[in-house]
Structures are given as structure tokens and as C-alpha cells.
Design a protein around this ligand. Structure first.
Ligand SMILES: Cc1cc2nc3c(=O)[nH]c(=O)nc-3n(C[C@H](O)[C@H](O)[C@H](O)COP(=O)(O)OP(=O)(O)OC[C@H]3O[C@@H](n4cnc5c(N)ncnc54)[C@H](O)[C@@H]3O)c2cc1C
Length: 390
């Protein structure tokens, strides 16, 4: 069955996670004829990004989507930073606690009525300078002038397109997610706390605890291996292992219990090769992954969308054809390249500053701590002083 009869679409987006959904919304709002294809009508619960920071909020604001996506979600403007059982200070920040599926589904709700939302798995694609054909596993076919591949970590479609993945670091980091409740009832002192690991042997970068509705959610960012006994111990006995590995955490956060399951995800760092081809572009995780500890995955995805959909696609559609010289302009875009490079640099930096034992990194960590202590002394939290006095 041919879904789109006589009229070819302008753009077909395959993959309706954050990058694909926002791309479809932005292009359709600009008046382009768009189809979005994804396996799920409603993005399912999945352990991914669970809070949005300032650069991500800024990108959504520039795209005119922030207010609608974060409607009803409080913006937290201070983060309490702790280490070695002490509060270093409270710094200004912007943070929205939202599970990934909530962010994506809020974006899906903004798809203009003209967008064809096709639910199903894309089994194959045929690409070229004039026309892109997308074949769904159930036999449906859609054709368009440009194909945007936003399939995230799934590699099957990229492989069919002749794109290869360059593995930069397998098992780069390991991220945990779980809910926290105050062990003695009441509330946690701060709506958003970051507690930094300080023992290199633990390979813990930091724990971020932030409110999602009435729940205090924690993300623990580590550079450990999935197969270590420590990982299983954390899943089985989270409170014991957390108190052992981050002995001062309860002093800053308050006594806590872990409620419900402990989710764990390993992240590989990779980038793509062989992507300069006519007819299609890769965006988001389909192009390059980011380390969750660096918090740049959504920033990268949104930079890709903003540059592609507001700068390049309108130019490409203005003239016939979708040759490789048009497509290359996106991969050569300075803002995209800077965002990719920064995400990769931060991924390696976070691992090094957390795990490296040499003199250079030891001195670097001491300098970072001294700077944070000085900043904290200059700007002591009234809440903390009150707590100390109590
Ligand atoms: C544990 C964890 C924590 C993270 N924490 C953070 C954080 O704190 N901050 C941050 O910025 N980033 C974080 N990230 C990274 C961030 O979540 C990702 O970079 C971002 O979600 C990538 O979005 P995407 O749209 O590229 O891919 P996805 O959201 O994975 O979307 C891909 C979509 O493609 C669809 N799809 C795939 N193949 C097909 C097919 N053949 N046919 C049809 N549909 C298909 C899938 O169903 C899916 O909907 C984290 C990641 C993980 C794993």
C-alpha cells in the first residue's frame, strides 16, 4: 500500500524520540509536509534523561516549544552541591525534573494535525538525490524529498544505509536511576541536590537528586562495569551500598531510603562514519552518543534539530534535488560540530576527573574542590546555616 499517493512529502522523519519528534514539529510548523514514523504511538517509559538543564531549556525556548513541553512542571532555580558530608553551597541553576517519556510525549502532543504519524517499524529504505522511499515492515511505503534518520541507539536502519559506527569506548559509563524517600518522613531539604563522589577508587562521578512531581528521583553516574559485583550489590541493597560508597551523602541529603527498583544502563561512546550520502541525514544518538554523566545527549540532539530544521532544510527544499553537497552542509555546520565536540570532550573529561589517579588529575581535583569551597564560603546557604544552628 502506498501511503502517500501522488504528492511526495517534503520530509520523512524515522524515529520519534526527542530529536525526531521535535524535528517533525518544527518542520511542520514551518509549513513543510512531514511524516513521522515510530514503533510506538506513545513513547514508552524508558530509563534515559530524567531532567532538563538550562542549555536544553534555552534550545526549546528558541524553537518556541519550552512552555508547552514543561507546562505544569516547576522550574528549580537552585542546586545544593555537597561533597564529603558537607554542603559546599547552593548555586543558581535551571532544572526541570521530567522523565524522558514525558518530555517526548509532551512534544508529540505538539505535532500539527497535518503531520502523518505512522506507527510501525521501518524495515528498509531506498535513498537518492531525487526521492527517498521508506518501507514499513507491514508493507506501507512513504516517499519524500528528504529522510531524517533519528533512530537513536538502534543500528539496523543505519546499517542498511551503509553507515558504520566507530566505537570510541565500549562500556564508557554506567548510570543508575532510583526513587528516594526520606527515612524519617517529612521532606528532603532541597528540591535539587548534586552530591559529588570523592574517592577515586569508587569511580562515582556524582549523584543528582531532583523532584519529579512528588517523587525524589536520583541518578547516580559512575564509571564502573556492568559485570562488577558492586553493580549487583547496588541493585540488591542500594541503601547499604550507597552509604558505603558515598558515606557523607545522608548528611547532606538527609537520611534516605531507596524505594522501588534500581534501573541501570551502560553507555557506549560511538560516532558514525559513511554518512555523507545524498537524500538523508542522521541526527541525535543515531549520529553520536553522549555520556549521561556529561548531560549533553539532549543538548546535542536539540542542537542537531535546531540547526537542521531552522537553517539547512528550508534552504535544501527551496531548490530541486537532495545531493550530497546539501547534506554535507549540515555535518559541516559550525554549531553542530562544536556541540558534538563538546559532548565528546566532556564525556572523556568526566571519566578522567573521576577515575584517573596520576599527579596531574589529583592536583586538578584539589583545585576544583578549593574553587568550590571558596565559592561556597562566599555564598553560604541560609538554609544550611539554619540547619547547622538547629
Ligand atoms: C541512562 C541514561 C541517562 C541519560 N541521562 C541524560 C541526561 O541527564 N541529560 C541528557 O542530556 N542526556 C541524557 N541521556 C542521553 C539522552 O537520553 C539521549 O541522547 C537522547 O534521548 C537521544 O534522543 P534520540 O531522539 O536521538 O533517540 P531516541 O530517544 O532513542 O529515539 C529513537 C526512536 O527511534 C525509534 N526507532 C528506532 N528504530 C526504528 C525503526 N526501524 N522504525 C521505527 N522507529 C524506530 C525508537 O522507537 C525511538 O522512539 C541519557 C541516556 C541514558 C541511556
Amino acid at each position: 500500500m502506498l501511503c502517500q499517493g501522488v504528492r511526495m512529502l517534503d520530509v520523512i522523519v524515522v524515529g520519534g524520540g526527542l530529536s525526531g519528534t521535535i524535528a517533525a514539529v518544527v518542520l511542520a510548523r514551518a509549513g513543510h509536509r512531514v511524516a513521522l514514523v515510530d514503533r510506538h504511538r506513545i513513547y514508552p517509559p524508558d530509563f534515559r534523561a530524567e531532567h532538563m538543564d538550562e542549555p536544553q531549556a534555552d534550545a526549546l525556548r528558541r524553537l518556541g516549544l519550552l512552555d508547552a513541553i514543561t507546562a505544569g512542571v516547576p522550574c528549580v532555580r537552585q542546586v545544593a552541591v555537597g561533597r564529603r558530608g558537607r554542603l559546599l553551597g547552593t548555586w543558581p541553576t535551571i532544572n526541570y525534573g521530567m522523565r524522558y517519556d514525558s518530555i517526548v510525549n509532551a512534544a508529540r502532543a505538539l505535532l500539527p494535525p497535518g503531520v502523518q504519524l505512522l506507527i510501525g517499524r521501518v524495515a528498509n529504505v531506498q535513498t537518492g538525490t531525487q526521492e527517498q522511499r521508506v518501507l514499513l515492515a507491514d508493507g506501507r511505503v512513504v516517499t519524500g524529498r528528504l529522510l531524517i534518520v533519528a533512530t537513536g541507539l538502534g543500528f539496523a536502519l543505519c546499517s542498511k544505509l551503509g553507515v558504520t559506527r566507530e566505537m570510541l569506548h565500549k562500556g564508557h559509563s554506567l548510570t543508575f536511576g532510583f526513587d528516594l524517600v526520606p527515612a524519617t518522613g517529612g521532606h528532603f531539604l532541597y528540591p535539587f541536590t548534586v552530591y559529588q563522589g570523592d574517592r577515586v577508587a569508587e569511580r562515582i562521578d556524582y549523584l543528582a537528586a531532583f523532584e519529579i512531581g512528588a517523587t525524589m528521583r536520583a541518578n547516580l553516574f559512575t564509571f564502573r562495569d556492568y559485570r562488577e559485583p558492586w553493580t549487583e550489590a547496588l541493585e540488591q541493597e542500594p541503601e547499604r551500598v550507597l552509604n558505603q560508597s558515598l558515606p557523607g551523602l545522608a548528611k547532606v541529603l538527609g537520611p534516605f531510603r531507596v524505594a522501588g527498583p534500581v534501573h541501570v544502563r551502560a553507555t557506549d561512546l560511538y560516532t558514525s562514519d559513511g554518512f555523507r550520502q545524498p537524500g538523508f541525514v542522521l541526527i541525535g544518538d543515531a549520529f553520536q552518543t553522549a555520556c549521561p554523566a556529561a548531560g549533553k545527549g539532549m543538548t546535542r540532539a536539540l542542537t542537531d534539530v535546531e540547526q537542521l530544521c531552522t537553517v539547512h532544510v528550508p534552504r535544501w527544499l527551496a531548490t530541486p534535488g537532495m545531493g550530497v553537497e546539501k547534506i554535507s552542509a549540515f555535518y559541516d555546520d559550525a554549531a553542530k560540530q562544536a556541540s558534538d565536540a563538546q559532548a565528546m570532550h566532556t564525556a572523556h573529561y568526566r571519566r578522567a576527573v573521576t577515575t584517573e589517579t596520576g599527579l596531574r588529575w589529583t592536583l586538578h581535583r584539589q583545585r576544583l574542590l578549593a574553587t568550590a569551597v571558596a565559592r561556597g564560603l562566599a555564598q553560604r546557604s541560609p538554609a544550611w546555616l539554619h540547619r547547622q544552628a538547629a
